[in-house]
Ligand binder design. Structure first.
Ligand code: BES
Ligand code: ZN
Ligand code: ZN
Length: 546
């Protein structure tokens, strides 16, 4: 068994050092986000004589609202107005002579306006104070800011300017999210990398909110990193080690257990093991504890994430085209663990436990065969009718284990079914829950983050389709296999849950981004990490225990 627990003495020392350590963490976070550039951002630079090198050059992103009426002049944000005054109204003048009013999410670039900022990008924020759009189920102002800032920052990046100051646009958290999410790109393995750009808050309005936005976005970027990385780099053990290292670096109130195959066997997690045995890569059951509550005995929020580091389908092999995307089939584990790292960075006052069964789903002579029957931790037998429906097998055992912690709520996330993608596409995560309390918290959180959720049914209708099984208590596919596939998968998981406050999030549809979310580049999306963090924040403020 491979466990890593601090000794009591070390824990005592850490408790003593905790306030200064926390301040240090906060300060270091304040200084530079993890994607910071090779050249430090410098203070006001001397007026450059023409283009020489990128060092010391700064970009500036400023927002402008759409006109309410045709005859009005476009209205800048506070920071935009201040800058316009600084350059004696030149910005207003240039904006009006350079083209039509800036549409939402569009940009215009000006050079040589001010010696501190050789490049200024004006971004269109749309209508001012648009508020919550109740058709779209999100806060339109926040989404507009994220998008505009992301587009503006990327334009600065294209100019190979190493540092960009960003207008808080009246909501510094959203501005920071737009900057940090918009600039992120996985290029760990390329020799030629895109220039790295550091985003900083312009001015001093909303410093704390900016910092919060940086932490939220970096949480999502951690999930994107884990999901995007090739499966030969992020194996089950490597995944666990990355999370352990991250978690320990942000907060000392954490415990990390990297459970071995022997431990998984002791736990009688027969369903999880049946998937793992098809691969030479050993499985890992990752268990992380973050104790943020003043009372260590407060019931925790338990997150569970599907951690299939590569899903080939097993003997029910997937088609080869697009199979590479199945390196992100650990997106559930990535998003829940990244959400816990983020919660720990923010010192959220609640206890959270994260559970991630991690393994590969591969074809081999030891792999599950269609028709095999396996036994889950709670004794239920499962007929494996399709070896590609492996996620629910891992989760069945992990959900049983999650019942050991007297949880306030159990929330699992999984790239579980292609059917979820067919149902909602990338618009929203599908949420299956019988708890309206949990649903409301998740839904309200998602309105703020813009990473939306949509409620799905847990009808008995679907349960019947997975319990009607020739050889075992349950089949791992619904009787009418394709119809309502996301719902039959959820009904299957429900058979392993006895608590009232449980929610299953099927994140298959939001796993990757083409161009649907404008502030995320193409690639693995890390969704819905920010919604999980916002949800945990809300739970930490809600004293209801059941
Ligand atoms: N990991 C897949 C689901 C998936 C598909 C995630 C596309 C992200 C994008 C899952 O393990 C799977 O293959 N499910 C099967 C279930 C079926 C055999 C009942 C599916 O959806 O086809
Ligand atoms: Zn599968
Ligand atoms: Zn899968």
């Amino acid at each position: 068994m491979r466990e890593r627990l601090g000794t009591r003495a070390a824990a005592g020392l850490v408790m003593l050092l905790l306030p200064p350590l926390r301040r240090l963490v906060r300060r270091s976070l304040g200084r530079a986000p993890s994607f910071s550039c090779c050249w430090p951002c410098q203070g006001p630079s001397p007026a450059p004589r023409g283009y020489s090198s990128s060092a010391g050059r700064k970009g500036l992103v400023l927002g402008v609202y759409a006109k309410e009426k045709e005859e009005e002049v476009p209205q800048f944000t506070n920071a935009g107005e201040t800058f316009d005054r600084l350059v004696s109204g030149k910005l207003t003048e240039l904006l009006s002579i350079s083209g039509p009013p800036l549409k939402k999410g569009k940009t215009r670039l000006f050079h040589g306006l001010h010696q501190d900022f050789p490049s200024v990008v004006i971004v269109g924020l749309g209508k001012k104070a648009a508020g919550v759009n109740d058709q779209e189920n999100w806060n339109e102002d926040k989404e507009n800011i994220r998008t505009a800032v992301a587009v503006g920052c990327r334009q600065v990046q294209d100019l190979e300017v190493p540092c960009v100051e960003v207008d808080p646009c009246g909501d510094a958290q959203s501005a920071a999210e737009g900057a940090v999410l918009g600039l992120y790109e996985y290029n760990e393995l390329k020799q030629k990398k895109k220039p790295v750009v550091t985003a900083q808050l312009h001015g001093s309005d909303g410093k704390e909110a900016w910092q919060k936005g940086v932490v939220f976005a970096e949480g999502q970027n951690l999930a994107r990193y884990l999901m995007e990385a090739p499966a030969n780099y992020i194996t089950p053990m490597k995944f666990a080690e990355v999370i352990e290292q991250k978690l320990r670096s942000v907060n000392s109130n954490v415990k990390v257990h990297i459970r071995s195959k022997a431990w998984i066997e002791e736990q009688q997690m027969g369903a999880f093991l049946s998937v793992a045995k098809g691969s030479d890569e050993p499985p890992v059951f990752l268990e992380i504890h973050y104790s943020g509550s003043a009372n260590a005995n407060d019931s925790p929020l338990v997150f569970v994430g599907k951690g299939v580091t590569f899903d080939s389908g097993g003997i029910s092999l997937k088609p080869s085209s697009g199979m590479d995307a199945m390196r992100a089939d650990m997106g559930g584990a990535a998003t829940v663990c990244s959400a816990i790292v983020t919660a720990a960075t923010l010192n959220l006052p609640l206890n959270i436990i994260g559970l991630a069964p991690l393994c590969e789903n591969m074809p081999s002579s030891r792999a599950n065969k269609p028709g095999d029957v396996v036994r889950a931790k709670n004794g239920k037998t499962i007929q494996v009718d399709n070896t590609d429906a492996e996620g629910r097998l891992l989760l069945a055992d992990a959900l049983c284990y999650a019942h050991n912690f007297n949880a306030r709520a159990i929330v699992n996330a999984a790239t579980l079914t292609g059917a979820m993608d067919v149902a909602l596409g990338s618009a929203a995560t599908g949420v299956f829950t019988s708890s309206s309390w949990l649903w409301t918290h998740l839904y309200e959180a998602s309105i703020l983050t813009g990473d939306r959720v949509w409620r799905m049914p847990l009808f008995e209708h679907y349960t019947k389709q997975v319990t009607d099984c020739p050889l075992a208590d349950l089949s791992n596919v619904g009787k009418y296999s394709r119809a309502g596939g996301a719902c039959t998968a959820a009904a299957f998981l429900k058979e392993f849950v006895t608590v009232a406050n449980w929610a299953h999030l099927d994140i298959a549809g939001v796993m990757s981004n083409k161009d649907e979310v404008p502030y995320l580049r193409k690639g693995m999306a890390g969704r819905p990490t920010r919604t999980l963090v916002e949800f945990a924040t809300r739970l930490s403020q809600d004293k209801q225990s059941v």
